[in-house]
Design a protein around this ligand. Structure first.
Ligand code: NAP
Length: 329
């Protein structure tokens, strides 16, 4: 059996990656409809050994579609995903539906069982920084019981889409354009992603808290500081994890090595730890610098890196589609 696929946001950073992942995973595709706004309608896209013209997204775009991937921003999902969900399964990369009731928010390595309750035909893909974090936290929580997490992120420019990537490249080449990020990003770091809320946290930081709770079915305290760094691709995170019991770094290393989708690179004496260049264009989440706290044996610190366009978006979405096919057909 093959599936007819619509991809809303096909001309964007995540859209391009969804096409690559569908190709690499040899997804059983019937017809393929790349959709975007009027601006890029008519643009040619190469996919699945053919050339396609990008079409403008309308409410009628989804007739005959089996699965619709959305990665065109939350306002586009708000308008078009309900029309798509009348006839197709929607897998949405935006934040629009993530915290809504009856919308599963899924990282297949963590809560694949949540796909079983999908009454609205819409499945949400979590925020990119959240996906890699819960992949790391979940096996440790199952083994030792987490009581608190403090995380700081080092997020790549392409997390802000194609325009973010281009803005950093332009700034690196000496141009002074500053439209996507609130300050120059080249040779700088910006401790703000998305807008500030009255609490003093940004929306991006609150996504990491609320989405992690929903995915892990847990409510331990999480505090996040999200920072944009002048890296083109792949997000890094520094995590401090508190446990119910004493945990040795060696125990955590063993658990993580044997957990789905994780690769441990942790040999500081040889200068081995993951970096954005380690993770870019890969489907795995990399972990290093696993160490005990100096003062409290119930606390561990570690570092993790993943390609946010793949692990944090496209690959997660395609894995959800593959799981759904497995259980529903
Ligand atoms: P992007 O590179 O800016 O691409 C945006 C896409 O949306 C383009 O294809 C654009 O088409 C399309 N679009 C914009 N307005 C539209 C409209 N009115 N109707 C139909 N299509 C429209 O952004 P991105 O990074 O791929 O992100 C897309 C979504 O995924 C966002 O919600 C983002 O938060 C989420 N996400 C991004 C990442 C990441 O790392 N970048 C990770 C996880 C989730 P045109 O070419 O016609 O403008």
């Amino acid at each position: 059996k093959t599936y007819n696929i619509a991809l809303v946001g096909a001309s964007g950073a995540v859209g391009a990656e969804i096409i690559s992942v569908l190709e690499e995973y040899q997804f059983p595709i019937g017809h393929f409809y790349p959709l975007a706004s009027k601006r890029s309608a008519g643009q040619k896209i190469k996919a699945f050994q053919s050339e396609y013209s990008v079409l403008e997204t309308t409410h009628a775009s989804f007739t005959g579609i089996d699965i619709a991937f959305f990665s065109a921003g939350k306002s586009v999902s708000e308008v078009f995903a309900p029309s798509a969900a009348k006839v197709a399964l929607v897998i949405d990369n935006t934040s629009h539906f993530r915290l809504q009731e009856d919308i599963p928010l899924v990282v297949p390595e963590v809560n694949v069982q949540d796909l079983n309750h999908c009454p609205k035909n819409i499945i949400a893909n979590p925020n990119c920084s959240t996906i890699q974090m819960v992949q790391v936290l979940n096996p440790l929580h199952e083994a030792f019981g987490i009581t608190r997490v403090d995380v700081s992120t080092y997020q790549a420019a392409s997390g802000a889409g194609k325009r973010g990537l281009i803005e950093l490249q332009n700034q690196m080449a000496g141009h002074e354009t500053c439209e996507v990020f609130p300050h120059p990003l080249a040779l700088n770091v910006i401790p703000q992603i998305d807008v500030f809320l009255p609490s003093g946290y940004t929306k991006e930081e609150m996504k990491m808290v609320q989405e992690s709770h929903k995915i892990m079915h847990a409510d331990f305290p999480i505090s996040a500081t999200c920072v944009r760094v002048p890296v083109l691709r792949s997000h890094s995170e520094s995590l401090s994890i508190h446990f119910k019991q004493e945990v040795q770094a060696t125990q955590a290393r063993e658990i993580l090595k044997n957990s789905p989708n994780l690769v441990v690179i942790d040999d500081p004496s040889r200068g081995l730890y993951p970096m954005p260049i380690t993770a870019s264009c890969s489907d795995q989440t990399f972990i290093g610098r696993i160490r005990n706290d100096l003062f409290d044996s119930k606390i561990l610190h570690l570092w993790c890196v993943a390609d946010q366009l793949r692990v944090g978006a496209a690959t997660n979405a395609v894995k959800i589609a593959l799981e759904w096919i497995k259980t529903h057909h």
